[in-house]
Unconditional design. Structure first.
Length: 326
């Protein structure tokens, strides 16, 4: 009977390689993907080049809790990488029993990320998650003591690797050797590592409060601070215009140019008065197609009401509102 391995699947190349290596050692692999609100990589039901079952679990609410005050702090932006890994690995250990897995596999590479993948951090994550010897990192296994899987002969240590550092060439060469050619780009999977997004998120937590509704809105559009607790989000394309309408909740204001004029939809969230409605209308008009108009009618409604009101504004340059951009 094959031993089962629970492989942490991020969607990137490293976890794909780790899963492939463990498959080739004759283990039955179960993929585990945790969904968090800041991850840009979407995982489907399978992985390219691998026929394994993938289980997905949403850690959104639990992740939002640790984001307020991560025990091990943030990285260069608002990325609590160590706390995030401990959360995911702890949950993986809990799932091992019900899934009948003998050990957990991670695609982490020693030295690849300065905060969470140095030797001290990797040991800390292993200890605090409670996994201990149950965790195997096959891509950098030779830099660590043998795991339980190696000691029990479930995997052959001599077939594990010694990848180290930030250079991705070894992984790409291995992927080519294993016939894996369809995989995500090496970096950029987490929005919390982006300085601009982190700045917006910090302001959201301080001024408006962190909720899943507010967070989803934070991911799209151009953002303007209209008041201490009021923001305007301007869509950048047709897809974002549609998303803004879908994300609107009771009390939000939706703004749009005339139907015969191409331009953005905008969503205002927070306390609004006549002055702020006029300002939001002006900003919306500034991002509509430039037709040389001196004035423009902007239509707005308070969600979920259907009736629209017209606000006529003078057309001004986008640069007029640069100081409100966040």
């Amino acid at each position: 009977m094959k031993i089962k391995a629970l492989v942490m699947i991020s969607g990137g190349l490293d976890s794909l390689l780790a899963a492939k290596l463990i498959c080739e050692q004759g283990c039955e692999v179960i993929g585990l993907h945790f969904k968090i609100p800041f991850c840009k990589i979407e995982i489907g039901e399978g992985l390219p080049g691998l026929e394994i079952k993938i289980i997905q679990e949403d850690l959104g609410e639990r992740f939002m809790e640790l984001l307020h005050r991560p025990r091990y702090g943030f990285g260069s932006n608002m990325n609590p990488c160590i706390d995030c890994k401990i959360l995911m690995f702890s949950r993986a250990k809990e799932l091992m029993v019900s899934l009948g897995a003998g050990f957990v596999v991670s695609g982490e590479v020693l030295g690849q990320r300065p905060m969470s993948q140095n030797k001290q951090s990797l040991r800390l994550i292993q200890e605090k998650s409670g996994l201990g010897e149950l965790l195997l990192r096959p891509l950098s296994a030779h830099f660590f003591p043998p795991s339980l899987a190696e000691k029990n002969g479930w995997v052959r240590r001599e077939d594990l690797l010694d990848f180290n550092g930030r250079l991705r060439t070894p992984q790409m060469r291995l992927a080519d050797k294993l016939g894996l050619r369809d995989y995500a780009t090496p970096a950029g999977g987490c929005l919390l590592t982006d300085p601009c997004f982190s700045k917006r998120l910090s302001g959201l937590i301080k001024r408006e409060g962190l909720t899943l509704d507010n967070l989803e809105l934070l991911k799209i559009g151009r953002h303007f601070r209209l008041g201490d607790k009021t923001r305007l989000v301007v869509g950048r394309d047709e897809k974002e215009n549609l998303l803004l309408k879908q994300l609107a909740r009771s009390g939000d204001y939706l703004f749009s140019p005339p139907e015969d004029l191409a331009g953005p939809d905008s969503l205002a969230r927070g306390a609004m008065d006549e002055e702020l409605i006029f300002l939001a209308s002006q900003i919306t008009s500034a991002y509509a197609d430039d037709t040389g108009l001196e004035k423009m009618d902007i239509y707005y409604r308070r969600f979920p009401l259907k009736d629209k009101v017209v606000c006529r504004v003078k057309c001004v340059s986008k640069s007029r509102f640069a100081g409100l951009f966040i």
